[in-house]
Design a protein around this ligand. Structure first.
Ligand SMILES: Cc1cc2nc3c(=O)[nH]c(=O)nc-3n(C[C@H](O)[C@H](O)[C@H](O)COP(=O)(O)OP(=O)(O)OC[C@H]3O[C@@H](n4cnc5c(N)ncnc54)[C@H](O)[C@@H]3O)c2cc1C
Length: 417
């Protein structure tokens, strides 16, 4: 059987890979998507899924440009207008408000499956993006004459550029011999969906305990939140195995009963948190995006947002290369992508590490510094606003697809009007 040949093969159709495939498809590239799962993600029926993401403004803009935002809004998502962060040991707190920035909200909490379902539906409308699923990548040949051959569990495909969007354990990264620079955060994250006595009021809340941060993220139902509780591995295991009543009691203590008593918990699951940063993002006819290139602590909800910036930047770089008649998989093209994204992702990862370390220190001077720092920051509006603007993806060197000023009549900023 002869292999089908394409300009780009994207391995992995998660949130980042599907966004990249769609963006490239809309830019006119011939794309094949290789995905291990069978697909058919269903958007928004039944109980809330325990896997959600805080989607930043830059990611929202990307989805608007891709024509998927309306479907996500029509399914279910929860905008949040404020974020409160509290250091339990010092009692200090800081609050970020969208009104202070002249923004309608700080971002939206969306179930991951809602994002993927909207992307898949839009991809189905394009003739130049095809799926190979459920198919597993098994082997990756070296780049020869500007083409790489991918061997799947059934069949082969060839492409001028292979993009690994295949997640934290990326087979593409491994088969290309790129080290992942992994180091353990010493935390596991327990996720779940919880119902609480008091309404969340569209506020995202986070408490820094001595073992790690606990976040309650508002969901579309007023009394329901998504829980992300990052803590020592043995504590996460214990929390996961507690009877519901005992678990709810521990959660109430950890969150200082800020939303009254937690009433129910469903979908408890635990994920180890590992920091990774690929030693290279690119190679001959090869690039990495999203978790395949970097994984980051979820405490600031940045992981997928960074991956979506990778996808938008790579699309822009490839379109420019095509217009200039350069090879898609050539070094000059791909280095530009790496230079654009690697420094930014490293910076974000370093900042998350700093937060985790600072809040993990329990000795008295650290508590005082944290308390003073948060108090000062809370009062210093310009510094506070600069931090939140960066986290929202409103500043920095953004790809065109993530900017508001990029003309696209298909993307009315209706929530912002
Ligand atoms: C507890 C937790 C909370 C988080 N909260 C947030 C948040 O609030 N905001 C945020 O921005 N980020 C958050 N993140 C991070 C975010 O979930 C990830 O960054 C994001 O899911 C990565 O998406 P991806 O598409 O790069 O990878 P993945 O979602 O892992 O997708 C990889 C895809 O590749 C496919 N694949 C794998 N191997 C193969 C193969 N051999 N052949 C074919 N296909 C293959 C898989 O089936 C999968 O579909 C959180 C992470 C955790 C653990």
């Amino acid at each position: 059987m002869t292999a089908s040949r394409h300009e780009v093969a994207v391995v992995g159709g998660g949130m980042v890979g599907a966004s990249l495939g769609l963006a490239l498809g809309q830019a006119g590239f011939d794309v094949v998507m290789v995905e291990a799962s069978a697909g058919g993600a269903t958007a928004a029926e039944g109980p809330f899924d325990n896997r959600v993401s805080a989607i930043s403004r830059s990611s929202e803009r990307l989805f608007r440009h891709l024509g998927t935002w309306q479907a996500m809004e029509g399914a279910r998502l929860a905008p949040y207008q404020a974020m409160e962060v509290r250091d339990v040991a010092s009692g200090a707190s800081i609050r970020f408000d969208s009104a202070d920035l002249g923004e309608p909200d700080l971002g939206c909490i969306i179930e991951n499956r809602v994002v993927v379902a909207a992307l898949e539906a839009r991809i189905r409308e394009l003739d130049n993006v095809t799926w190979r699923r459920p198919r597993q990548l098994r082997r990756l040949a070296d780049c020869r004459d500007g083409v790489r051959t991918l061997t799947l569990d059934q069949g082969e495909v060839e492409a001028a550029l292979v993009v690994g969007a295949d997640g934290a354990h990326s087979p593409v990264r491994r088969l290309a011999g790129i080290a992942d620079g992994a180091s353990d955060y010493g935390h596991h994250a327990l996720v779940a969906t919880v119902r609480l006595e008091e309404p969340h009021g569209q506020v995202a809340r986070q408490w820094f305990l001595k073992d790690g941060p606990v976040a309650l993220l508002p969901l579309p139902e007023a009394h329901t939140c998504s829980l992300v509780w990052s803590t020592a591995p043995e504590v996460a295991a214990e929390l996961a195995s507690l009877e519901e009543g005992d678990f709810l009691e521990r959660l109430g203590e950890a969150t200082q009963q800020a939303l009254g008593r937690p009433l129910t918990v469903t979908g408890r699951a635990v994920f180890p948190l590992v920091r990774r940063h690929a030693e290279r993002y690119v190679g001959p006819c090869l690039a990495l995006v999203g978790d395949a290139a970097h994984t980051i602590h979820p405490l600031a909800g940045q992981g997928v947002n960074l991956g979506l910036l990778d996808a938008a930047a790579l699309t822009e770089v490839l379109a420019a290369a095509r217009d200039a008649g350069r090879l898609l998989g050539g070094e000059a093209t791909l280095r530009r992508y790496e230079r654009w994204r690697r420094g930014h992702n490293l910076l974000m990862q370093g900042a998350m590490m700093g937060f985790k370390e600072l809040f993990g220190l329990s000795f008295a001077p650290a508590r005082v510094v944290r308390g003073l720092g948060m108090g000062l920051l809370h009062r210093a509006s310009p510094a506070k606003n600069a931090i939140i603007r960066q986290a929202m993806g409103l500043s920095g060197d953004l790809p065109a697809l993530c900017r508001a000023d990029t003309a696209d009549p298909a993307a009315p900023l209706d929530r912002e009007s």
